[in-house]
Design a protein around this ligand. Sequence first.
Ligand code: SF4
Ligand code: SF4
Length: 165
Amino acid sequence: MSILHTVREKLKDVTPLHGDCGKICGARCCHSMEGEETGMLLFPGEEAAYAGQPGWKIQDTPVGKLLICPGKCRREDRPLACRLFPLMPVLRDGSIRVTVDQRAAVCPLARRGKSAMAPEFVEAVREAGELLAADAEQRAFLEKLDTEQCELKELKRKLGGGFHV
Ligand code: SF4
Ligand code: SF4
């Protein structure tokens, strides 16, 4: 079984709140902004699960492969980015830290920070990060994500925004 499969399974049933958080916000993270198609970055190798699947599109970007989804999906089809959202594991100074995704501006939970989320979810994200970091290719991707998060955080600091972590 691949690391990616193990990590996706680990996060299949655990969610940010014990109930369905989509009910409190109208599942904002699944809706694209008017007039634009937004997507989620895929972890290396994850694209194999979506290639040729009706309703799903993959685009190459400078940061990696971007998945454009149908806007509604079954839990078992969710990419890792959605299973982790609004948190993400980042590799900082050689160890895994769980942080609020700086791109999660639409999420009301993200604004309240990790303490507003189910501890099992936060722990599952940390464990997912540890597993991913044990694989060279996934580890390199986590490092790339951390660079991107740091840049976004710095930009928000300059503009006077940002999240609690
Ligand atoms: S935006 Fe946040 S609160 Fe709403 S469904 Fe997504 S993760 Fe849950
Ligand atoms: S893949 Fe599913 S969970 Fe992720 S944004 Fe699309 S509809 Fe929402």
